[in-house]
Ligand binder design. Structure first.
Ligand code: TYC
Length: 101
């Protein structure tokens, strides 16, 4: 049996920290048709008709609704893509992102 046992140097961090998450938020407006909002939610966020309808109605009634949560890059890309779909159709539809606490 050896007298001295060499152990591997402990790592500063045992594993990587979890990445911060960002909410994508749908904002209400007075001009974008309801069915267009539902179409965008289904296309960009892969929601079912019922899910998209629920999110759209919550934003319509309360002013805003959290759509989903992603890492920062994905949240920003999806918010931009969804906002651009509205812009290309001539609507002021807007999605924002917000860091989760
Ligand atoms: N308020 C819009 C209307 O009455 C519909 C709408 C809902 C628009 C949700 C945006 O995020 C939104 N036509």
């Amino acid at each position: 049996m050896p007298d001295i046992v060499l152990l591997p140097k402990p790592q500063a961090k045992a594993r990587a920290e979890r990445p911060r998450l960002y909410k994508v938020i749908l904002l209400n407006d007075d001009f974008t048709p309801r069915d267009f909002v539902v179409k965008v939610l289904k296309a960009v966020f892969r929601m079912t008709e019922a899910e998209a309808l629920g999110v759209m109605l919550t934003a319509h009634r309360r002013g805003a609704c959290v759509v989903a949560v992603f890492t920062r890059e994905v949240a920003e890309a999806k918010a931009r893509q969804a906002t651009d779909m509205g812009g290309q159709a001539g609507y002021p539809l807007a999605f924002t992102t917000e860091r989760e606490e």
